[in-house]
Ligand binder design. Sequence first.
Ligand code: ADP
Ligand code: ZN
Length: 515
Amino acid sequence: MQPLDVLKQYFGYASFRGKQEAIIEKVLAKKDCIALMPTGAGKSVCYQVPAMILPGLTLVISPLIALMKDQVDALNELGIPAAFLNSSQDISEQRHISDEVSKGRIKLLYVAPERLFGGTYPLLDLLATLNLSLVAVDEAHCVSQWGHDFRPEYLNLGKLRGIFPDTTFLALTATADPQTRADIASGLQLVQPEWFISSFDRPNITYRVGLRSDAFGKLLDFLSVRPRDSGIVYCLSRKSVEETAAKLQANGHEAVPYHAGLPREIRQANQEKFLRDEVRIIVATVAFGMGIDKSNVRFVVHTNMPQNIESYYQETGRAGRDGLPSEALLFYSIGDSITLSRMLETAEDPGYVRHMKAKLETMVRYCQSSECRRKFLLQYFGEAYPGECGNCDRCLQKNDKEDMTIYSQMLLSAVVRLEQKFGLGQVILVLKGSQSAKISGWQKELSVFGIGKDRPAEFWKSLGRQLIAEGYLIQEDPLRPIVKLSQMAWETLKKKDRIFLRMETAEMHPEERES
Ligand code: ADP
Ligand code: ZN
């Protein structure tokens, strides 16, 4: 059977996506491959389709024991003979599956890495007697000792390549920083592997980062304009998961908690409810989400700074797997980095601590950076991004208008108090409470005198220019810079309407200053 026929017949998809076909072709040609694809890109198909074409067994190594059953059940539903072996099964169950495998009745066998070399029933002996066609190492970044997700058992996998010289190896991961790449190739001892690096861009995700002052209020605002959307709210601790879920419920939002401290039944029930769209919001620690396949997650909110860009990108990547517009919203404070840094210091290996602190610093830089978020993220993963994305808070702030109501009201009243007889320069001196000789006595008595002194003169100039450009202020005589209020400005003031303007410099985001 041809790969495309297998894809259609078993999986029901019309065509391959991205690099899937190219990867499958190489795997079938017995070439070792490393596939770096973002979450949701469709890594599983890259070994599941070859498994149905190759003569012998495909072994899938995955650290996610909790998900193996679901994955295998889903494959069985599709008519694919798959099974798993892990510590959740009793001996007789494990023996039965080993039996099925040795009789060649299983095409795909999922195992955790520790099961290969250890346990009561080492699998390696069994595999040695079989025709092992393909080994797929999922979450291959777990082999990287400096990675955010290191699993010591993965280091053993390097031995496999030598034990099975005729088997093809395919390593897959959604983590792609250069260090991890190098570690995967060396750690798994692959033979001149072919690299497949997909773009990590998730163009349908809008990235936004804000300071955490009144984060809960901001979260409520965010949720209130998306009353039907489903999403994940990540919190740092179990306690804050519980509190946030309770507060959301108290504010009329359906939300359930999820963290490792909850009884297993409750945790699973809450996850199920979320996956089945019976509840809109799941409030969770980062324990939630690994391998979760829910395509219509519309938003991922972080109420704290994640430890590193890899975790952040993986977690935000759970949004919008269906390709529809989705949001990634992060609240941080500088205190976060101090807390996280202290947590890191509890680790023993000083090299590891240094390495993880450097990653944390990059995370802080991301939060504080004024450049396009997507550009920053993709550059971090070694991908050049020409231009700016137009779909992150930084880009949108540039293109979009901001609520400048309060400041506009100040400036417009100053114009009125100065009897609409002066230019912008004089108006600004009054707002700033200037002691300049240009300010006469009566002007110092005005209620508006000095009310704008906490903003720089540049800010007021820019605001004045924007008010002119948007037609709130008019300058009738081009030779004399006297400004007057337009009819629209009078109306706006009377009705207390909000004024949105397109501001020019970074100085223009007063709400972004940490209080
Ligand atoms: P990853 O492991 O890369 O995060 P998955 O293998 O879980 O991604 O696939 C993500 C989703 O995309 C799944 O719902 C999968 O069924 C779907 N998918 C994968 N390949 C295709 C394809 N060629 N056409 C349509 N849907 C696909
Ligand atoms: Zn951008």
